[in-house]
Design a protein around this ligand. Structure first.
Ligand SMILES: NC(=O)c1ccc[n+]([C@@H]2O[C@H](COP(=O)([O-])OP(=O)(O)OC[C@H]3O[C@@H](n4cnc5c(N)ncnc54)[C@H](O)[C@@H]3O)[C@@H](O)[C@H]2O)c1
Length: 246
C-alpha cells in the first residue's frame, strides 16, 4: 500500500508500526513536521499522485478542510474523525462531491464496537443507546468534588456534540452506521469509581436486542483509546487480504 496520511500524530504512528512492511511508501501532511518514518509533504496540502489511499488521522477540522480535495483526487479515503459528519452543511457538500468522484470512503469503527450489528440491522434497527462513563478528570473536574456517579447529559447526538464535543466521534460513527442520527440517544456520566472510559451500548430491534460494554484503555495520547488506531489498522489490512471476516 502507498498511503498518504493527514496528521502525523499518535494514530498515524501506531498505524505505521502495526502495518510495517505492508506499507510500500508513505507521505504525511501536518501543521508541523514530525519524527515519523514517512515523507513530510510540506506546508501546502496536496494528495501525492502516487498514493493509492488517503488516511485521515488528524481532527474533525482537518476532514472538513481537506476532505473534498481528497475526493477530487479520486483516492479511497479512510476517515477516523467521523465527527466531521455531524456538520450537516459539510456532509451535504461532501456527499455531493462523492457522487462525482471514484473515491470510496471508509469510516472505521474507531473506539466503539457493535458497528457490524447496527449495519446488519438496516431496515430493522429501532434504537441505539450510548452510555458513556468517564472519571471526573476526563471532564476537568476535581476527583474529590464528586462522590457518586452523576448524569451530566442525556439527549440526541447533535445535542451531545454541542455539549460534549470530546465524545463526538464515537456517537457520530454509531449514528452513521444507523443511517439515522435520531435513532441514537446519548447519555454522559461522570463516575468517580472508574479510571477508564467506558461505553455501554444497547441496540434494540425486532431481530434481537444487544448489549455491549467497552472498557477502553488509552493510547500514548490519553484522549485516544488504543482501540481506535487498531480499528484503522484492521480496516486497512482488509484492502490487501483475500480472506475477509466481518
Ligand atoms: N473514531 C474514533 O473513535 C476516534 C477515537 C480517537 C480519536 N479520533 C480522532 O483521531 C484524531 C487523531 O488522534 P491522535 O491520537 O492521532 O491525535 P494527535 O493529536 O496525536 O495527532 C493528530 C495530528 O494531526 C495534526 N492535525 C490536527 N489538525 C490538523 C489539521 N487541520 N491539518 C493538519 N494537521 C492537523 C496535529 O498537528 C497532530 O500532529 C483525533 O483528533 C480524533 O478526531 C477518533
Amino acid at each position: 500500500m502507498k498511503v498518504f496520511f493527514i496528521g502525523g500524530g499518535n494514530i498515524t504512528r501506531i498505524v505505521l508500526e502495526k502495518l510495517g512492511n505492508r506499507i510500500e511508501r508513505c507521505w504525511y501532511y501536518d501543521l508541523e513536521e514530525k519524527q515519523i518514518p514517512c515523507q513530510f509533504i510540506g506546508n501546502s496540502f496536496h494528495v501525492p499522485v502516487e498514493a493509492d489511499v488517503v488516511v485521515e488521522a488528524a481532527s474533525v477540522e482537518a476532514v472538513k478542510t481537506y476532505g473534498i480535495d481528497v475526493l477530487k483526487s479520486g483516492k479511497d479515503f479512510y476517515v477516523i474523525s467521523s465527527g466531521a459528519f455531524a456538520d450537516e452543511e459539510f456532509t451535504r457538500k461532501f456527499a455531493e462531491a462523492l457522487k462525482h468522484s471514484p473515491s470510496r470512503v471508509f469510516v472505521p469503527s474507531g473506539a466503539v464496537g457493535g458497528i457490524d450489528i447496527i449495519c446488519a440491522l438496516e431496515g430493522y434497527l429501532e434504537s441505539v443507546k450510548l452510555r458513556t462513563r468517564k472519571p471526573p478528570t476526563a471532564f476537568g473536574m476535581d476527583s474529590n468534588s464528586i462522590s457518586e456517579p452523576c448524569v451530566l447529559f442525556s439527549g440526541s447526538v447533535y445535542e451531545a456534540i454541542r455539549n460534549f464535543p470530546q465524545n463526538i466521534n464515537v456517537a457520530v460513527t454509531l449514528a452513521l452506521a444507523a443511517k439515522d442520527f435520531n435513532k441514537v440517544r446519548v447519555e454522559v456520566l461522570v463516575d468517580p469509581s472508574i479510571s477508564q472510559n467506558i461505553h455501554e451500548l444497547e441496540i434494540s430491534s425486532p431481530v434481537g436486542n444487544y448489549k455491549l460494554v467497552l472498557q477502553n484503555k488509552p493510547s500514548p495520547n490519553p484522549k485516544t483509546s488504543y482501540l481506535a488506531p487498531l480499528s484503522l489498522v484492521a480496516a486497512l489490512k482488509k484492502r490487501i487480504e483475500k480472506f475477509i471476516v466481518g
